[in-house]
Design a protein around this ligand. Structure first.
Ligand code: IPM
Ligand code: MN
Length: 360
């Protein structure tokens, strides 16, 4: 039996309602396996700006620092999106949190589900059995370089800087992960143009001798964007820098057919944060229609991170069972669908009462 402290940031839009389902499922896991999870709620994003004027209040950082992991819903509000002069933005909170907590590796698994293949914009033959993971560097590069706007506001710049240590630490994680899988690592960069990319390539090349069982491929980002559509099955582990990873992971997310299904982990040396990859989807907020599976699967990644592999697998099994048996939310089935809360109940129920691996 394990005890863990979890900081919970419900966030904006559908963040609260999907995250409530994850908490429900984690509580079911706790009851079933005799663990104890303690939740501490804190604010970030638009709801934090409304209440405190700050996208990431200091108290939130303190709570996260003293936790074992952070569970995040979603952040963002449309009133900031088309306002280039906004002084504070919900996204600033997330970027600052990543930096302050040292969450340098963003891990986004892309898998397809046989019962949902028809939802994908790609042909079934192309997506059957797609199973890859994107390792996106999360605390460096152009997101965090010096930003400038000249006095007459006619010229702007964003510096993209990488130190080799920033490359080494995430590359080790990606290599080790590839070793547990199909042993193919693809570095995505723009080494034909960018100096930072040439550094990434050199460092990864050097490190590859430490992982002789892993095949390393190198792909320019423009080609990678095509390959993800043309032949996504070729990928096992993709490693890339911050902005390329941002773009490619959104592209890859549509392969599955619903962005509402996809989880993510952002890990550092001391702490990790788990969140669905979808946004705050303000149009659906409070309607109990949002797909909670991305959040629930993120909670499963959190259990993996705690070393609770059996518990994590049971949650994934429950989610698969729902998808295979027609327990779907409105984003997937517009006619026969179930509410956000009902999906959470079904997954919890499966965790507590139907453990097929133990029943047979
Ligand atoms: C993501 C998001 C963020 C990013 C935004 C909200 C700052 O798009 O997590 O991918 O660009 O990293
Ligand atoms: Mn993004």
């Amino acid at each position: 039996d394990m005890q863990k402290k979890i900081a919970v940031i419900l966030g904006d839009g559908i963040g609260p309602e999907v995250t409530q389902q994850s908490i429900k499922v984690l509580d079911a896991v706790a009851r079933q396996f005799k663990h104890q999870f303690f939740y501490e709620h804190c604010l970030m994003g638009a709801s934090a700006i409304d209440k405190t004027g700050d996208a990431l209040p200091g108290e939130t950082l303190q709570i996260c620092h003293r936790s074992d992991a952070v569970l995040l819903g979603a952040i963002g509000h449309p009133r900031y999106d088309n306002d280039p002069s906004a002084k504070v933005r919900p996204e600033d909170g997330l970027l600052k949190l990543r930096k302050e907590l040292g969450l340098f590796a963003n891990i986004r698994p892309i898998t397809t589900y046989a019962p949902l293949q028809h939802l994908s914009p790609l042909k079934s033959s192309r997506i059957e059995g797609v199973d890859f993971v994107i390792f996106r560097e999360l605390t460096g590069g152009i997101y965090f370089g010096n930003k400038q706007l000249n006095e007459d506001k006619t010229e702007a710049s964003d510096d993209c800087i990488y130190h080799r240590d920033e490359i080494v630490r995430i590359a080790h994680l990606a290599f080790a992960y590839a070793q547990q899988r199909r042993k193919v690592l693809t570095l995505v960069d723009k080494a034909n143009v960018l100096e930072t990319s040439r550094l990434w390539r050199k460092v990864v090349q050097e490190m590859s001798t430490q992982y002789p069982d892993v095949t390393v491929n190198y792909l320019f980002v423009d080609n990678a964007a095509m390959q993800i559509i043309i032949n996504p099955k070729q990928f096992d582990v993709i490693l890339t820098e911050n902005m390329f990873g941002d773009i490619l992971s959104d592209e890859a997310s549509v392969i599955t057919g619903s962005i509402g299904l996809l989880p993510s982990a952002s890990v550092g040396n001391k702490l990790a944060l788990f969140e669905p990859i979808h946004g705050s989807y303000p149009q659906a907020a409070g309607k109990n229609i949002a797909n909670p599976n991305g959040s629930i699967l993120s909670a499963a990644m959190m259990l993996d991170y705690f070393g609770l592999a059996e518990e994590a697998e049971l949650i994934r099994e429950a989610v698969h069972w729902n998808l295979a048996n027609g327990f779907l939310t409105k984003d997937i089935d517009s006619i026969n669908n179930y509410s956000t809360a009902t999906i959470g109940d079904l997954v919890s129920d499966y965790v507590e009462n139907r453990i097929p691996s133990r029943m047979n």
